[in-house]
Design a protein around this ligand. Structure first.
Ligand code: PGA
Length: 262
């Protein structure tokens, strides 16, 4: 399979950055991204930063995402945000099923499926996050575990809709301060398997169009080894991209590597 040309590069801020911090970061990022037109950039800030950032980013130089979304239009759901609200802001991406949402807020695959389908109905790009806990890796059941996550998340999604979905593979054990960075070869095997599963669901042609991003302790050291894997179309970065200059170093690395390949 020919590797997708576009490289997807984005960051989930989790519960970090006030509006003032978010604006300062975004200004820096806007200055950087124009140098790399071949990358598709996105940021996923906390809800309170979304309006402010939307006003700064006028032309989709950077896509903007929300970290979560309820699947209902409105209702008695204290603390939740609805698709109508996010649509009004003009959000591009909805991150769905990050492992912290699954682990700490009880999100099930079935709930994630409702959200994915709603996001698609609203015209958002669902960024569906999947990832196995360490125990699955130890028992050599990761692929089966991920298969189930994908099949449930994508249940009822049409072929046409599937072309709008992005997938992020983030092993639970690789994420955050205590994360163990995954071996690039392991990531390569998993991504190929995800592509295969998507192919079984939607056909090979559609599966080839779905970006599969890798995330979990991505940093300057492992950026290229991950991107060298055939089915890795981009990186979903946490800590290493929360400082715009550190994010810039990653962009430069990838840019240099791409130039060498030409
Ligand atoms: P990390 O976070 O890069 O800080 O490990 C990744 C994520 O949770 O998306």
């Amino acid at each position: 399979m020919i590797k997708m040309d576009t490289i997807y590069l984005g960051t989930n801020w989790k519960m970090h950055k006030t509006l003032a911090e978010a604006k300062a970061y975004t200004q820096e990022l806007l200055d950087y991204v124009v140098r790399f037109p071949q990358f598709r950039f996105f940021v996923i800030p906390p809800y309170t930063d979304l309006w402010g950032i939307r006003e700064m980013v006028k032309h989709k130089e950077i896509l903007i995402g929300a970290q979560n979304m309820h699947y209902l239009d409105e209702g008695a759901h204290t603390g939740e945000i609805s698709p109508r609200m996010l649509s009004e802001i003009g959000v591009d991406i909805i991150e769905i099923g990050h492992s912290e949402r699954r682990q700490f807020y009880g999100e099930t695959d079935f709930f994630i499926n409702e959200k994915t389908r709603t996001a698609l109905q609203y015209g958002f790009t669902p960024l569906v996050c999947i990832g196995e806990p360490m125990i699955e890796k130890e028992f050599d059941t990761s692929l089966a575990y991920l298969d189930r996550q994908i099949r449930i998340a994508m249940h009822g999604v049409t072929n046409e809709q599937a072309k709008k979905v992005w997938i992020a593979y983030e092993p639970v054990w690789a994420i955050g301060e205590n994360g163990i960075p995954a071996e690039p070869e392991y990531v390569g095997v998993v991504h190929a398997h995800i592509r295969k599963t998507l192919g079984e669901l939607f056909g090979k042609e559609t599966a080839a169009m779905i970006p599969i991003l890798f995330g979990g302790s991505v940093n300057e050291m492992n950026t290229l080894p991950y991107l060298e894997q055939e089915d890795v179309n981009g990186l979903f970065i946490g800590r290493a991209a929360w400082d715009a200059k550190s994010f810039l170093r990653i962009m430069k690395l990838i840019d240099g590597w791409k130039r060498e390949q030409k």
